[in-house]
Design a protein around this ligand. Structure first.
Ligand code: MN
Length: 728
């Protein structure tokens, strides 16, 4: 196979652990080196005889992982957990033993990175999602788990070439989709970049080498240009008394490739290949330096970003500006303090970094961890593990837009986010009460995609509530979660109410006294429901028939004849009975739905649902005159929306008013047929004073189709007007 397999040079494990210990003592003289060495011996023994695909001893992997983490200057517990992270998964050693020897913290971290191995599901996708779920839960409990998992993935990607091509591709894809975004989310940008570039190399080798060679060929030219800016800049900073370091900033390949792809441009057109970074001593110096940069070079007005005052969710802080050089090139400049810089590279790891005097970092990492805790809380509502994966991925993907509130607060949202997502980001109540939105002062629809720098204002109303259709609009898992929960709870309320009504009516019809007393409670229990409401809800949703409940209560003796009598009464009802699947009622697909005969809605019509006593929901046109009557209470109205298949058809009665003449019926019938619509019947309604009213029951697909048909009939000679039927 590959010649790389020949690399069987024995690795000196002892040398590796010594180098780690040396580093640890340097940054933390009080560290428990004995315990670290003990964990080393333990892990070495456990993995004895196992080999990596590269031919190396397996334990080198654990040592590299610990080594990466020692570069981040992490505490001994994390390093011990790193040394032992594969012991439980790949050797007979049990977690309890690790807990006894090294404590709860270490055990928790090791458990967090250990995959669930007992096969609870045969579906590999489900199993994978379950493992992510477990990992996320562990990270929420102890975020150091993510550091180990990322270092683990880093080494696995560095040695990915030893795997079969198919495994290489799947590991690179998983890394790109889950682990690199995870690194980003926790502010570990250095690891993120390395992971992404390694994925790039595996997934798009040709493009990778193209970018790589181009970058190295143009390096000296770039360095010259940087020199032309940094020299006068350094002078000016010095004169102003700002202590600063300037460095050229290498762009990583994956981001260059992405820019080329997104903007459909060649590598020569990517202006921020030229980039530099100014590191200063204090926050004030950041702004001072920014002023100096702008006094020397012309800034591009729309590219100034202040992440110092408003840090990103992952705690990234920096000032960004892009200037134009005298040679007409654009250069992106980042300005931040040394501390901000360190944090920008290692993110959440800086929280566990050993610090002299053991001062914990002043920055609050609550945001990063809170997000995970929330995700865990939400996921309890999510039954399908793939749905959990989806919502995690959405949140991880930080292809972000930055928008502002009217007060100037900056909000970070995933690309494709809408004003509704923004509303929920501001506060869940703002989202729940949202009725409209303005972007940059102009009213927009709630589904409008936000762009960076938009100022978003949310209009709310105290009486407003979410709509089912919002699920199709919102992008963030936070917003999705709130909308889903709302739908579920209102659905529940309505199903209970509806089920109650249906049962009440059915009881009355069967001459059974209806009360919520023990008899019904017994039936609910017998049918396996945890309470009366749950049984009502099942009836309301259509999962359980009223008849079944009544049969339990009073086993049937005589047969029902009324039911048959009901059927076949009316042509319209007969045709429509088979077509109940055309609307969604607050997401309740299985509810009993009928189309109101009085106004005969078709897709495209504005519609509203009316909860009818005992007969489910009837769907009316919003303009239907019967809705205005006193018989319909407001609380029986519910929101419904169309959800029909293309090929589905609807019955509508139209009334044609015309000057009576010979052949009129035939001509109208002909006009309708020519439009391709079926006619299910025609009738003279009235004929007096030479004016005829004729009704036709026609089959149409939607409003557009119906309107075209009406136009066609109106063109028939002597036809005066065509109306849709409305029963009053
Ligand atoms: Mn591992």
């Amino acid at each position: 196979m590959s010649e790389k397999k020949g690399n069987n040079k024995p690795v000196d494990l002892r040398k590796m652990i010594d180098s780690i210990c040396k580093k640890v003592i340097e940054y933390n003289p009080k560290a428990d080196i004995d315990l670290l060495m003990q964990a080393y011996e333990f892990g070495k023994k456990a993995h004895e005889g196992q080999l990596r695909k590269s031919g190396e001893q397996y334990f080198t992997h654990a040592l590299v992982v610990a080594d990466v983490l020692s570069d981040l200057k992490l505490d001994t517990d994390t390093l011990i957990a790193a040394l032992l992270h594969d012991v439980v998964e790949d050797t007979p050693i049990e977690l309890d033993e690790i807990r006894d020897l090294y404590g709860e913290d270490v055990a928790l971290m090791v458990d967090g990175v250990t995959k669930i191995s007992d096969i609870r599901s045969h579906n590999p996708e489900t199993r994978k999602a379950e493992n992510y779920r477990k990992l996320v839960l562990s990270i929420a409990k102890d975020p150091r788990t993510v550091l180990i998992k990322l270092a683990d993935r880093l080494h696995n990607m560095r040695t990915v070439e030893y795997l079969a091509t198919e495994r290489q591709l799947s590991m690179a894809n998983e890394t790109k989709d889950v682990y690199a975004p995870l690194a980003h989310r926790f502010g570990l940008s250095k690891i993120k970049w390395e992971l992404e570039d390694m994925c790039f190399k595996v997934l798009y080798p040709d493009q990778y080498f193209e970018v790589e060679s181009n970058i190295s060929q143009t390096r000296s030219d770039r360095e010259n240009q940087i020199e032309e800016i940094s020299t006068p800049l350094m002078d000016a900073l010095e004169k102003a008394g700002v202590k600063a370091e300037i460095e050229g900033r290498p762009k990583h390949f994956w981001s260059i490739f992405n820019k080329m792809n997104n903007q459909q441009i060649g590598i020569d057109k990517i202006y921020d290949l030229l980039a530099l970074r100014i590191l200063v001593g204090s926050k004030v110096d950041c702004y001072h330096a920014l002023g100096i940069v702008h006094s020397l070079f012309t800034p591009l007005p729309d590219r100034i970003k202040d992440f110092v005052a408003s840090p990103k969710v992952n705690m990234y802080q920096s000032l960004h500006t892009t200037i134009r050089t005298p040679r007409g090139r654009n250069v992106e400049i980042q300005i931040r303090t040394h501390e901000m810089h360190e944090r920008s590279e290692i993110g959440i790891a800086s929280h566990w970094r050993y610090k002299e005097g053991d001062q914990k970092n002043a920055i609050d990492f609550g945001n990063m961890v809170n997000w995970l805790r929330q995700l865990m809380e939400w996921q309890e509502d999510i039954a399908d593990p793939r749905e959990f994966m989806e919502s995690m991925k959405i949140d991880l993907f930080q292809d972000d837009v930055f928008v502002f509130s009217p007060r100037g607060d900056i909000f970070e949202l995933p690309k494709g986010a809408t004003p509704l997502d923004f509303a929920f980001e501001v506060h869940s109540e703002v989202g729940m009460k949202c009725v409209g939105a303005k972007i940059n002062g102009r009213i927009v629809s709630l589904g409008t995609e936000l762009k960076s720098r938009d100022t978003v204002e949310i209009l709310t109303s105290r009486n407003a509530s979410p709509s089912t259709s919002w699920l199709g609009i919102v992008k963030t898992s936070r917003a999705k979660h709130h909308v889903r929960r709302w739908i579920r709870s209102t659905q529940m309320d309505q199903s209970v109410k509806l089920g109650h009504d249906i049962l009440e009516r059915a009881s009355r019809k069967a001459n059974i006294p209806f009360s919520k007393d023990t008899e019904f409670i017994d039936v609910a229990q017998e049918l396996g429901y945890t309470g009366l409401d749950m049984m009502f809800a099942a009836v309301g949703r259509g999962d359980l028939t009223a008849q079944r409940v009544l049969n339990k209560l009073h086993p049937p003796e005589k047969k029902k004849r009324e039911k048959l009598a009901d059927m076949g009464k009316d042509l319209y009802a007969k045709v429509m009975r088979r077509r109940v699947k055309g609307v969604r009622v607050q997401g309740m697909d299985s509810m009993m739905i009928r189309y109101a005969r009085c106004c005969q809605p078709v897709p495209g019509d504005q519609i509203v649902g009316v909860i009818t006593r005992g007969r489910g929901v009837s769907v009316h046109r919003t303009g239907c005159q019967n809705l205005e009557g006193p018989t319909i209470d407001d609380d029986r109205l519910i929101e419904v929306c169309w959800d029909v298949a293309e090929e589905q058809t609807f019955m509508v009665k139209i009334i044609v008013t015309a000057e009576d003449r010979k052949g009129l019926l035939a001509d109208v019938t002909n006009a309708i047929s020519q439009k391709g619509n079926n006619i299910h019947g025609g009738d003279f309604v009235s004929a007096k004073d030479g004016t005829a009213k004729v009704s036709f029951l026609v089959e149409v697909r939607n409003l557009n189709n119906l309107e075209k048909l009406i136009k066609a009939v109106e063109r028939v000679s002597s036809v005066d007007k065509v109306d849709r039927f409305q029963l009053t």
